[in-house]
Design a protein around this ligand. Sequence first.
Ligand code: ATP
Length: 575
Amino acid sequence: MRTRVTGIGGSPAGTNVIGFIFREAADERPKLLIAATGAGISNTLVVTLVGFVAQSPDDVGIEIFLLFALAVVVYVFGARYVFHRMTDIVEEILFRLKSRIVEKIERAELAGLERLGTAEIYDRITENATLISNAAGVVTNVMQQILIFVFAVLYVAWLSLPAFVLVAFLVAVGLTLYFTRSEGMTPLLRELARTRIAFLDSLTDLLRGFKETKLGRARSVEIRADIDATSASLRDVSRKANHLFDENFILVGCTQFALLGALVFVLPRHVTIEGATLSKLVTAAMFLWGPLQAAVSGYPAYVRSNHAVKDILALEEKLDAAADAARVEQAEDPWKGKPGVIAMRDVEYAYAGTNGDASFRIGPIDLSIEPGEIVFIVGGNGSGKSTLLKVLTGLYPATAGVLRAGDERVRPENVASYRETISAIFSDFHLFSRVYGLLGVDEAHVRRLLVEMQLEGKTDFQKDRFTKRELSTGQRKRLAMIVALLEDRPICVFDEWAADQDPEFRKHFYDELLPSLKRRGKTVIAVSHDDRYFHCADRVVTMDYGKIRTIEHAAPAPSRSSIPSSNESTSEARS
Ligand SMILES: Nc1ncnc2c1ncn2[C@@H]1O[C@H](COP(=O)(O)OP(=O)(O)OP(=O)(O)O)[C@@H](O)[C@H]1O
């Protein structure tokens, strides 16, 4: 059966799937080779015996039949062993590869992962892994067919040396043409990989923006046009690649016809050859066709799996690069859960620019936050508040300056331990399906928090999960708050947490929750736009264009009549 191309990746990393499997099967290589050779020989023997018996059926004794039966048995056991082991080995490699990639994702720095994007990771870990998995059987078959082919050619050499020379010459010409033409495949495969990721990106855009597309016909038509365009180019490149494979397949068939033609039309004119030998040669040449076609039709799958292997290894390299700074994380923990004063001295952070564009940067920033202090970070949209939080929490490594916690400088060697002292709810927070990091937590305690967050009856907590996570944004943020409270870490970081809460719960957050955290000795760093609650902070840090504009000690709570409207004060802050 022909193997079709459905979209393959390409990359510069250098290895192939056979090397990959053989490296993995180092101890088993001799056994695999013996089993594959045994299967190949017995397969050839079966066909040779059948040809022999067909020539003179009356001369056949029981020993020929027993040899025939033995060859079948050897083939079955040899082939079974090779196929099963190759599948096991490939699946084991893929299992290890996936867990290694997941580990590297975990170790990657946030900025590195943000640059990489999710489409490439999804594609490599699913599509490419499936390609390699499917190719295991095909690759084994190709290797076995090559062995059978070699034995069949040896059989031809035994029958007639001139015929062997003819076969060797025509097969060499055919294969040289085939492989030369197949080289045209590499750029097509690379193009396919790029197009497939672009397709995934557009599809993700459509799915994430589903509501928006439902509301706008023009938007939906335009995004559809973009997806169709990517999909069409995926189809065209895939079609080109498959046509190339088809032509190569036909080319090998032509080599076969040339071989048969040369055997019957050319050879007898130049070499003395008996009719019986010629007939055996023709049978052998026809027999050669099977393994050759099988090997050639399996070759696309082999090429695809090679590209898939290269792409996965290239992804690993990118993840390694993203993990550089955090390579030795967990090595040190100087704080033992007590980070002390957090101090930023001349700290700067710059996003990596794309296509030479100037990127946004914050700093230089000088800021110290005492344990137990409540600090609000305020400022207009895009002033760098969230970026500052990510640097402060050690998620973005400062590109200049020093971040200290207590007496210790936060460095790649200890940043993971520093992060362990912080609970954070970012504006794009994620609620995990289970309360990872808190598995086995006391359910009664969680239920009390559900009551405090006014979520009883909306969801419940059973077996380490909130029974329902499809809640309103404000309610989901309350669930995230429950997780943060359960973590019970000394530093709490909230990025516009109150923004999606109703007035009553917003008041609860500022007037009760934050003071109760303070009473428990927690440091709270919160991004806020709620100017009417700025008095709840010990200090208010105002950011503007990535720099700290002012740091003010909070004024006492204003009387109700003097509270400005939220709009007034926001515009004042921005002016
Ligand atoms: N992942 C990123 N890569 C590159 N630039 C980014 C990235 N995230 C944010 N920026 C840039 O950093 C600037 C500051 O963004 P940031 O989210 O820190 O602002 P903010 O003060 O929290 O804004 P808002 O009040 O709207 O949440 C933005 O203008 C944006 O251009």
